[in-house]
Write a new protein. Structure first.
Lengths: 310, 325
């Protein structure tokens, strides 16, 4: 009791006491940027996001505007110059497009599909997982059995089956990726919601006779968020990789939406003739994106997990 | 135990039934098979004749019933491209896929375990750190891109290894296998290595974790105190104990290898089931697509069933929990 009184008078507070008075967000940032690798990955990721969002503004040419592309520039090595005096820093592809510009646009599509499917899958998976944990009993048993069965099939196989049936298209690949991913989110949020459900604040809310909706979304959900955030980052990296693989196989995006995977697939045709850069550089871009997302996700897991003694 | 197996069998039957329904529904309702069978110039009469001959004028449940009865008799229709029964074509391609998956599993053990043991025994050495970073990269790299780069380096630039096909095969137990001829072995090396990439990383991590844990155990100290050589302690006492989780996880991953062989087979033009399904999707060869999907669902249901039963034998808690719920 006496301590509380002392602490509430700021003049007498010792010097180090001020330091601990961070907001949760400041504390989170301090923890996150403790690791140099994670900080570097975060900076790279922000850079990639910037490139993806601003692709039309910063790329040297619009690779899909036919008036800017000349077939005479096809298959030029990295660093060579076009007839108009352009420099192609990463070379050109089989149709004479500047590879760097094509990669910027491809990054936009790859990230867009990955993030979009991740967010939709999170919403669906979280709602189903919360319902399973909150209502328990038979609802829980049925939902978790479906999740178990789905997770026993590899993601790429489920996506391949769906796309074989649905056909190509941006909407279709997003549907396929959502169906592949929702089960991971449902399982994650159910696990944390089961722990949270038995805590006093939920009991208190139930005693106040609040509606199911209000308890689940206003009380339970915010407390289940930390593990979900980690799964979102890792699953987004998976989704980007999976989309690239499916597009490479020719069952994902149509040729009108050239993601990084399709750029690599295009380069495959020229690689046996020695034009390696057409599929090499888009692959490097894909690799950097996936690794940086994974590193950020790993650090988030360490920071957000209260059980880890740091 | 019997109750557990019966429950799991029933569950598997339900999964196969639901999948057959989805595949049938997806292929026949989302797409229109008549559009593909009839040319654009055909008149209405011609169209109706085709519809009637394919039984598409019947209600969907009769069509579905016919599909299931035929499928149970092993008749999944004839391929549009090859003109042979779809099932037969897929079964012919099966040994190639299974051979590739098996060789890559073997490779991930041969490469992964020594590296993992090394990294576990000397965690502070620079070489161990390189091995561990390598395994992280192995997890993150997209398989198909690594395959392309392997072709570029080993087939195009260096010219050491062939990049497409199976090479010479010999018939062993009625299956064509590449593994037993020198030419076939050189053909299988790159695709198997590519497919093994993910599992090798997994084995390295598992082995390292196992070694780090086991090295402080009393039985290791006792074996050393008994005067056994360092080599014998590691090769016999340590290895026996760390192999259990490694073998379990690799068994589970075998299904994943068959799924991922779709990618590797496409990159290396390996004539297995995976390459067949991709070609069939591009050629809209519906009978093959349906047959492949049904077979792969069946293969996975069987793998999962076997894994579940093995698990329940190894760990009785799984079984008891399931029966009581």
């Amino acid at each position: 009791m006496s301590e509380t009184i002392q602490n509430s008078t700021p003049i007498e507070a010792p010097e180090e006491f001020v330091v601990t008075l961070q907001t949760p967000f400041q504390r989170f940032c301090a923890d996150f940027f403790e690791s140099r690798v994670a900080s570097a990955a975060f900076v790279v990721l922000v850079g990639i996001l910037f490139i993806a969002i601003c692709a039309p503004l910063i790329s040297p040419q619009n690779p899909y505007d036919l008036s800017q592309v000349s077939i005479l520039d096809a298959k030029m090595a990295p660093g060579s110059q076009s007839f108009d005096g352009w420099t192609f820093y990463l070379g050109t592809d089989g149709a004479g497009r500047d590879l760097m510009s094509a990669m910027f646009y491809g990054l936009r599509i790859s990230l867009g599909v990955g993030v979009m499917s991740g967010v939709i899958a999170m919403c669906i998976g979280a709602a189903i997982g919360l319902a399973a944990a909150y209502f328990g009993g038979r609802v829980d048993a049925v939902i978790m059995r479906i999740v178990d069965i789905q997770l026993s099939f590899p993601a790429i196989l489920v996506a391949l089956i769906l796309l074989a049936v649905l056909g190509k298209g941006v909407d279709k690949i997003i549907i396929a990726l959502v169906i592949v991913q929702w089960a991971y989110y449902a399982r994650t949020i159910r696990a944390s919601a089961l722990v949270e459900r038995n805590k006093e604040y939920v009991e208190a809310a139930t005693c106040l006779a609040l509606s199911h909706n209000r308890i689940v979304f206003k009380h339970l959900f915010p407390n289940c968020l930390p593990p979900l955030i980690v799964v979102v980052t890792i699953q987004t990296a998976h989704a980007i990789s999976l989309e690239a693989t499916l597009s490479f196989l020719g069952v994902g995006l149509p040729i009108s939406e050239p993601s990084l995977g399709l750029l690599i697939a295009n380069g495959f045709d020229y690689m046996l003739s020695g034009y390696f850069w057409i599929s090499f550089f888009p692959g490097i871009a894909l690799l950097i994106t996936i690794v940086s997302i994974n590193l950020v996700g790993d650090q988030l897991r360490d920071v957000l997990n209260p059980r880890l003694d740091r | 135990m019997t109750v557990f197996i019966i429950r799991r069998l029933m569950q598997s039957a339900i999964v196969v039934f639901v999948m057959s329904f989805l595949v049938f529904g997806g292929v026949n309702i989302v797409g229109d098979p008549v559009e593909m069978m009839v040319s654009d110039e055909a008149d209405q009469e011609e169209r109706e004749r085709v519809i009637k001959s394919m039984g598409l004028d019947k209600p969907w449940y009769i069509q579905y019933g016919k599909f299931v009865t035929n499928a149970l008799q092993g008749d999944l229709g004839n391929s549009f491209v090859y003109g042979e029964p779809a099932l037969q074509i897929i079964v012919q391609r099966m040994p190639a896929t299974f051979e590739l998956a098996f060789v890559s599993l073997l490779m991930s053990i041969i490469i992964g375990i020594p590296f993992g043991v090394w990294a576990g025994l000397f965690p502070e050495r620079f070489s161990s750190k390189i091995i561990m970073s390598g395994s992280i990269v192995g997890f993150s790299l997209p398989t198909f891109w690594v395959g392309l780069m392997m072709i570029m380096v080993f087939a195009v630039m260096l010219g050491w290894l062939p990049s497409t096909g199976r090479g010479d095969t010999v018939i062993v137990f009625g299956m064509e296998l590449s593994f037993f001829t020198p030419d076939g072995l050189s053909h299988i090396f790159l695709p198997a290595l590519n497919l093994a990439l993910f599992n090798t990383s997994l084995v390295i991590r598992l082995t390292r974790a196992g070694v780090r844990e086991a090295i402080h155990m009393d039985y290791i100290k006792f074996a050393r105190a008994k005067g056994l050589s360092y080599r014998r302690v590691i090769m016999v006492h340590l290895m026996k104990n760390i192999m259990i989780p490694v073998v379990t996880v690799l068994g589970l991953e075998f299904g994943g290898l068959i799924a991922f062989s779709v990618v590797t087979e496409t990159v290396f033009a390996w004539p297995g089931m995976g390459k067949l399904i991709i070609e069939s999707i591009q050629n809209l060869d519906r009978p093959i697509i349906v047959a492949y999907l049904m077979i792969i669902v069946l293969v996975f249901v069987v793998i999962n069933l076997v894994v579940d039963i093995l698990y329940s034998i190894l760990d009785p808690r799984v079984r008891l929990q399931d029966v009581s719920s």
